[in-house]
Every structure is written in structure tokens, then in C-alpha cells.
Design a protein around this ligand. Structure first.
Ligand code: FAD
Ligand code: UDP
Length: 399
């Protein structure tokens, strides 16, 4: 493997079997799979000065390992994804726990048995819990929007409490809309949990943090003789799509191109910009061992920020007398402003616009889109890995 900043003067696209745009999960998984599975010589072009995409982590001035683009906690139900990633890292047994700060009371999220007791008191909480178990069964996940639709006074009381105290204000901050106004699948990511499991990802069989961090995972994944990584390179300066052809420096390129960036950018947003939410992430290093009891505290009824993450609580790193925390402030993304498009906004008119861009590359047989940006999908890391493995399988089969 080689990782270089910038492109060498003699960079020749045609000397590579595949050009991959982006060194996040989507790009790196494809690079490794194609190099290994089909002996393809691959160039990865990444416009940031580092690999790992939004999963990038680094040590800050205080010596604390931080996640530059927001807290990343690995979890998956997918054995293949887990086996693949486990080749490049060992995982700690960290189990992510989140508390909601509700007027100073810290309550488990997803809202669970213990949250009910904290919210309603021992006696009433137990009664309501028994009702939830009788209705949905034990250890079941119930999306808030489903709970709200139940025609039962006791369930309605729980639903109203959870809606008001967990979802309404947080969702307003994160999306600028109420939970009723957004795709129910989004709030459904954090369902009410009818049980005692107080992990953020109840029941996920594989969860943890990469032992040496995410960036090291990527360094290992990209460490292959047939992979060259070029950082600080915007692929749009090299690649374009014209009718049914991919051009590299204006000449037809016959190798495979895997594109993991935003699709509208590739076409100069000529149909309009795809909407996203972005985040201001405010890091702060404090002179103390520990700031909060868990990795993440969600501020669900107060404050302008959505959540505070304390990285040491997730990585298990020991740094005496110092800790770094980060607050997230969500806002609308302004195209062309240099902001990072973090979250797709899953609304019908946006999906329609995306499909129009997507239609332009559908007949370009050697051009493939994959990943959270390129597929305009609210993917977790494991979903992106699964999608990249599936695309790689197809390309390897074709050869
Ligand atoms: P990215 O990581 O965005 O990588 C795409 C890369 O392509 C970028 O590095 C970009 O610079 C590069 N690129 C784009 N255009 C060009 C171009 N023209 N030329 C060159 N390079 C280009 N997932 C979880 O599983 N658990 C979590 O806890 C979690 N937390 C998250 C928290 C936040 C705040 C966010 C925003 C996401 C979180 N995710 C989490 C999701 C996770 O970050 C993504 O699923 C994953 O990183 C997406 O990988 P990707 O390769 O598709 O995209
Ligand atoms: N959510 C909420 N309150 C919470 C946690 C989540 O309202 O305490 C809602 C909110 O709309 C959020 C969505 O559920 O955007 C998904 O939350 P998740 O933690 O999965 O978001 P991510 O980690 O991807 O930002």
C-alpha cells in the first residue's frame, strides 16, 4: 500500500483497474475487496487529508482519542460484516449506553423498564411496564410512533411521556421538525425497549470499539500491495460522467469507477442541491478524569445542542486529569459552503431529486455508487460495509 498527499505528476488513470472516490467505509471496503478478490490494481482518491471518512479518529492536544466527525460506536447484526472488519482490528467489549438528561434526571435511552420507574415511580412504573409486556411481549422494541397509535389510556400515558420528554425537543433540534413530520424510521432507530437491557443497541450481537481506533482499522484495511491512496485529491478534478461514459482527464476511462461522494456534486448540482443536515461539533478539554457517567448524554428537553459525548468513556482510554467532551449542534447544510453533509433528509421530494441524479449514471456500466452520501441513505457503518461488500461481489463475479 501507499498513502500519498496529492497526485504524482505522472499519475495515469489507465494504469489502474479501478478508481475509487472516497476513503471512508464504502471506498475502503471496495478497494480491499477488489484488490484481494479480483487482483485489481486500485487508486483511492480522497479529498480530505486523511482516510476513514466520517469514522476518522485522532489524538487531540490533551492526548485523548477523539472522533473528529462525531461519536462512532460500532454495532452490527450482520455476521459477514463483522467477520470482514475483524480481519483488520480487534474490538473491545464496549457496550454503548446513553442517558437522557430530563430536567437533571438521567434516564436510560432507549426508554426501558428502568426509565419507566424513574419517570412514573416504582408502583405505577411497574404497572405500566406489565401493560407494555402484556401488549408487546418482553424484550421487544416498539417505535414511538407505533406506541402513539395504540388506542389505550395507559399506553397513551407512556407514549405521551416518551414523546414529549425523549423525542419532541431532541428531534426539533436535530431535524428542525417534530417527530410526526419526519420519516418514522428515523425515530424508530431508538425504539422504546420493553425490557431491562439498557444498551443503546439492545440485542446487537456484535458491538464494541476498534482496539486501536477507527483510523488504524482503515490503515490496516487499505494496507495491500495493489492499493494506492491519494489524499487531498478532489476526484472531480479528474473524473466526469458524460452520457454513458466516464472520462478521466477528458479521455474515456474503461476501468471500474466507484463513487462514494454526493451525487449532486458530481453534476455541479444542476438539478438543484440535495438537502442535508450538518453539525457544528464543539470540542472541549476539561481538567478532570471524568465528566459524565456514560459515553453519551442526550439533552432531550433543554439546551441548544443535542448531546454530549465523552470519548474516554467509549474508548476506555486512560488519561489521568484530562477528558475531552463534544457537543453537537445541528443545522441545515448549505451547499458549497465547505460544511460537511452529515445526515440525508429522507423526504419524498429529496428522494425524487436523488433519483433524477441517479438516473444519469444508471447506464454508465463502469460507474458505481455506494455509501451514505452516494446512495443518499441514512446508513450506519455496518450498512455501508454490507453495501460495499455486495457491490464488490458483483464486480468480482463479472471478471
Ligand atoms: P463517508 O465516511 O462520508 O466517506 C466518504 C468519503 O468520500 C469522505 O471521506 C469524503 O471526503 C470523500 N469524498 C466525497 N467526495 C469526494 C470527491 N469528489 N473526491 C474525493 N473524495 C471525496 N455509524 C455507526 O455505525 N455508528 C455510529 O455511532 C455512528 N455515528 C455517527 C455519528 C455522526 C455524527 C455521523 C454523521 C454518522 C455516524 N455514523 C455512525 C454513520 C457513519 O459515519 C457512516 O455510515 C459511514 O462513515 C459512511 O461511510 P461512507 O464511506 O459511505 O461515507
Ligand atoms: N431521538 C430523539 N431523542 C433521543 C434519541 C434519538 O428524539 O434521545 C430521535 C432523533 O430524531 C434522532 C433519531 O431519533 O435523530 C435517531 O437517533 P440516533 O441516536 O440513531 O441518531 P444518530 O446517532 O444517527 O445521530
Amino acid at each position: 500500500m501507499s498513502i500519498e498527499h496529492g497526485l504524482p505528476n505522472d499519475f495515469c488513470p489507465k494504469s489502474y483497474d479501478a478508481l475509487i472516490v472516497g476513503a471512508g467505509y464504502a471506498g475502503a471496503v471496495c478497494a480491499r475487496s477488489l484488490a484481494e478478490g479480483a487482483g485489481m490494481k486500485v487508486a483511492v482518491l480522497e479529498r480530505r487529508p486523511h482516510v476513514a471518512g466520517n469514522a476518522y479518529d485522532r489524538t487531540d492536544d490533551a492526548g485523548v482519542l477523539i472522533h473528529e466527525y462525531g461519536p462512532h460506536i460500532y454495532h452490527t447484526f450482520d455476521d459477514r460484516v463483522h467477520q470482514f472488519l475483524s480481519r483488520f482490528t480487534e474490538f473491545t467489549d464496549y457496550q454503548h449506553k446513553v442517558l437522557a438528561n430530563i430536567h437533571g434526571t438521567l434516564m436510560p435511552v432507549p426508554f426501558n423498564h428502568r426509565s419507566l420507574i424513574l419517570a412514573f415511580g416504582e408502583e405505577k412504573g411497574e404497572r405500566l411496564y406489565r401493560k407494555l409486556v402484556a401488549t408487546f411481549g418482553e424484550n421487544k422494541k416498539v417505535p414511538i410512533m407505533e406506541l402513539r397509535n395504540r388506542n389505550d389510556a395507559e399506553l397513551a400515558e407512556v407514549a405521551d411521556y416518551v414523546y414529549e420528554n425523549i423525542f419532541l425537543h431532541y428531534t426539533m433540534k436535530q431535524w428542525g421538525k417534530t417527530p410526526d413530520q419526519i420519516d418514522p424510521a428515523i425515530t424508530g432507530r431508538v425504539p422504546v425497549f420493553v425490557g431491562d437491557d439498557d444498551r443503546y443497541f439492545p440485542q446487537a450481537p456484535h458491538q464494541g470499539m476498534p482496539n486501536e481506533g477507527y483510523t488504524e482499522l482503515f490503515n490496516n484495511m487499505l494496507d495491500h500491495d495493489l492499493i494506492s491512496v491519494f489524499l487531498d485529491v478532489d476526484a472531480r478534478d479528474i473524473l466526469s460522467v458524460e452520457d454513458t461514459r466516464v472520462l478521466a482527464y477528458g479521455e474515456p476511462y474503461g476501468g471500474e469507477v466507484i463513487y462514494t461522494g454526493p451525487l449532486d456534486e458530481l453534476f455541479g448540482m444542476d438539478l438543484g442541491a440535495l438537502p442535508y443536515r450538518t453539525l457544528d461539533m464543539v470540542f472541549e478539554t476539561l481538567d478532570m478524569d471524568q465528566f459524565q457517567p456514560v459515553g453519551t448524554v442526550n439533552y432531550t428537553v433543554s439546551e441548544d445542542f443535542t448531546r454530549i459525548t465523552e470519548f474516554k468513556n467509549m474508548t476506555g482510554q486512560v488519561v489521568p486529569g484530562k477528558t475531552t467532551i463534544m457537543r453537537e449542534y445541528s443545522k441545515a447544510y448549505e451547499p458549497g459552503s465547505g460544511q460537511t453533509p452529515y445526515y440525508v433528509i429522507n423526504e419524498p421530494q429529496n428522494i425524487e431529486l436523488y433519483k433524477r441524479y441517479r438516473a444519469r449514471v444508471e447506464d454508465v456500466l463502469n460507474f458505481h455508487v455506494v455509501g451514505r452520501l452516494a446512495e443518499y441513505r441514512y446508513y450506519d457503518m455496518d450498512g455501508v460495509v454490507a453495501s460495499a461488500l455486495s457491490l464488490s461481489d458483483q464486480l468480482i463475479d463479472q471478471r
